[in-house]
Every structure is written in C-alpha cells, then in structure tokens.
Ligand binder design. Structure first.
Ligand SMILES: Nc1ncnc2c1ncn2[C@@H]1O[C@H](COP(=O)(O)OP(=O)(O)OP(=O)(O)O)[C@@H](O)[C@H]1O
Length: 161
C-alpha cells in the first residue's frame, strides 16, 4: 500500500501522475491490477496529438485501464451505428490506433482508495464493452469531489472512502 500511496501523494494538479511503464492500480475494494501505460500508440504515433479533450489537453500519458474499475454513473445515449462502426475499427488491429484514448477522472478517496469515473467517451466505452475488452486506453485526469459535483450535481457522492 505504501507504494500506491506514494503515487497518490506525488500526484497533484491535472496531470497523469504515474511514470511510464507498469503501474499498480488499487481500487476502493483494494483489488490490485498491473497494467501498462505509455505516451505512444502501438504504431509509434504520438497519441497526444490525435484527439485531445479540453480536460486532458496537457496530459500525454496513456494508460490501459481495466474496464472493471471504471464507474460510469450517467447512462449513455448511444447511436447504434456509431457503436458498430467503432467496434469494427477497434477490432481491426491496424485501425485501432485511430481511436483516441477516453478521459477518466481519477479521484483519491479520503482513506487512500482510488476511484475512476468516466462521463464522456460513451461510444468508445460501449464498443470496448461489447468486444469484451478487458482494458480501454485512457488519459487520467487528476480530479476532486468538486469536479465530480460538476458532472453529477447533487447526485455526486459527498465523500469517497
Ligand atoms: N469507426 C469510427 N466511428 C466513430 N469514431 C471513430 C471511428 N474510428 C475512429 N474514431 C474516432 O473515435 C473518436 C470517437 O469520439 P466521439 O467523441 O465521436 O465519441 P465518444 O466520445 O466515444 O462518445 P460520446 O461523444 O457520445 O461520449 C473520435 O476521435 C473519432 O475520430
């Protein structure tokens, strides 16, 4: 746990905190998953230049985040054709890098647990889910409960522990 706390403490501001390479993830349930991160896509293209949201514009590091740790509190309204099209793109190994990483809000709870919230990227998320992908490419946007309130209003949790 000290190792994980080190990551959390080092992180400040809207940056992807962990260094490149393997990262040990902890969920509130204390599950631990080793995943890989990189600043480059598989074919060497620099992902940061492909599609930056306003939230992740300054973040270059891309992580393979386990789908199972991502909370999506707001149901998606989906365009079925777009989901199907994205599934085909993601499934075609050579085209997969055309799909940019989603943004994930990373919040550290008051007792040190890590929480990963996602609001946009509805079609990319759904496509990964239907393809039974275990992970999704994402940029981690260091966030607070205040940021969560911005998305969820009074439905936002008052604390995360
Ligand atoms: N076959 C495809 N269909 C749709 N988008 C694709 C496809 N291949 C690559 N992309 C890229 O994937 C990204 C999809 O992002 P987009 O904002 O359109 O949807 P989303 O974020 O997944 O869902 P939403 O905007 O509804 O939350 C775009 O950058 C788009 O260029």
């Amino acid at each position: 746990m000290n190792f994980i706390k080190q990551f959390a403490l080092q992180a400040s501001g809207r940056i992807a905190a962990p260094p490149s390479g393997h990262k040990l993830w902890a969920t509130p349930q204390r599950q631990q998953v080793v995943i890989k991160s990189s600043t480059h896509s598989g074919n060497g293209k620099h992902m940061a230049n492909l599609d930056n949201s306003v939230h992740s514009a300054g973040i270059e590091e891309v992580h393979n985040v386990p789908m199972s740790v991502i909370k999506r509190p707001i149901p998606s309204v989906l365009d079925e054709m777009k989901v199907q099209s994205l599934m085909a793109t993601i499934d075609a190994e050579t085209d997969a890098d055309n799909v940019p990483p989603v943004d994930i809000l990373w919040i550290t709870g008051s007792e040190g647990g890590n929480y990963y919230f996602s609001f946009g990227g509805c079609h990319r998320f759904e496509a990964h889910k239907r393809l039974n992908r275990k992970t999704i490419k994402a940029k981690l946007v260091r966030s607070t409960l205040g940021d969560l309130y911005h998305y969820m209003g009074s439905s936002a949790p008052k604390y995360l522990a």
